[in-house]
Design a protein around this ligand. Structure first.
Ligand code: NAP
Length: 312
């Protein structure tokens, strides 16, 4: 029978996965944290985080992820850069077939997070990397004294639109309703920012250009009129999709593909737990992801000691 490589494998090295890594490491479990992109998850591409306790002045998403990674490593977590190709259960162990070889453990924490949803309009695929972006933090500096369009009205859209105003001379925020979904404090700041211009009750119907983006076509959903906005780039923030393709059929998911768990982060299959944005829940914040990670780790610890499966 194949031996376990770890006591627990954590899939995803964002705030949930790294927190689970810290707690599992401190519980003396042989802990593997696997991520295809390297540590950080979505927060690593967030300009500034100012609602995570302990950083009264705020902290850059990159720095926060680096600190979490350092802390997980300090407690012995193995951070593995690899992509999962397949997950199966055999002889009481979960085998994760990865690009870097197989990993085996009696417990798994799914903390694979979520990714940006595509808008699905003509021009989006064609201009990816040539004016269409899902990451203002990554690409914003290219827009010095230029014009940008941001689509969406949530925390991501408004936070990143404000970040873009550090570079761009004008940022048009196109939102499909007449009110934002973003937190009040972000809204207040956004409405005071003279470089932001709101295009209410409107949807982008196409992204246009030659070699790169030159304009977007916008339709007002109330009067059905369309007009063009000339722009150098389009940043899309229209929500998230859970990264759960590799566990479809393995554990129960909700209708949108998020993992269903109980309050102790247990998924529908014994030995599988989930934490962070990938989980079916109301609030997706760094602080709730880290709390999920801690809870999942404690549940794993209990599970392994009850079943005697640690150290196999
Ligand atoms: P979100 O909260 O789901 O917002 C998505 C936005 O896109 C909404 O305003 C939605 O409009 C709009 N939208 C969706 N589909 C659309 C379409 N087909 N066409 C046009 N607009 C569309 O997503 P998010 O902003 O990425 O945030 C995801 C989660 O992370 C949230 O829980 C958020 O609170 C959290 N987050 C928190 C922070 C922070 O605390 N600083 C920062 C970033 C993200 P409607 O409003 O009409 O639905």
């Amino acid at each position: 029978m194949a031996k376990a490589t770890h006591d627990v494998i954590i899939v995803g090295a964002g705030p949930a996965g790294l927190s689970a890594g810290i707690y599992c490491g401190r519980a003396n479990l042989r802990t593997g944290v696997i991520d295809k992109m390297g540590p950080g998850g979505q927060v690593a591409t967030t300009d500034w985080v100012e609602n995570y306790p302990g950083f009264p002045e705020g902290i850059s998403g990159l720095d926060l992820s680096a600190k979490m990674e350092e802390q997980a490593r300090r407690f012995g977590a193995d951070i593995i850069l690899a992509e999962i190709e397949n997950l199966k259960e055999e002889d009481g162990l979960f085998t994760l077939c990865c690009t870097e070889g197989d990993l085996r453990a009696p417990a798994v924490i799914i903390a694979s997070g979520a990714r940006s949803r595509e808008l699905g309009v003509p021009g989006e695929s064609r201009f990816k990397g040539r004016g269409v972006s899902y990451c203002a933090t990554c690409d914003g500096a290219l827009y010095k004294e230029k014009v940008a369009v941001v689509v969406g009205g949530g925390d991501s859209a408004i936070g990143e639109a404000m970040f873009l105003t550090k570079f761009a001379r004008k940022v048009h925020v196109v939102h499909r309703r007449g009110a934002l979904r973003a937190t009040e404090v972000l809204q207040d700041r956004a409405f005071k920012n003279s470089r932001l211009e709101f295009v209410w009750s409107s949807v982008v119907t196409s992204i246009n250009g030659g070699d790169k983006v030159q304009s977007v076509t916008v339709r007002n959903v109330k009067d059905e009129r369309t007009h063009e906005i000339l722009t150098d780039g389009v940043f899309l923030y229209v929500g998230l999709l859970p990264n759960t393709e590799f566990i479809r059929g393995f554990v129960d998911l909700d209708e949108w593909g998020y993992v269903l768990t109980d309050d102790n982060m247990k998924a529908s299959r014994l030995g599988v737990f989930a934490a962070g944005d990938v989980r079916h829940k109301e609030v997706r914040q760094v602080v709730t992801a880290t709390a999920d990670g801690a809870m999942a780790a404690v549940s794993v610890e209990h599970y392994l000691s009850e079943t005697g499966k640690a150290g196999q």
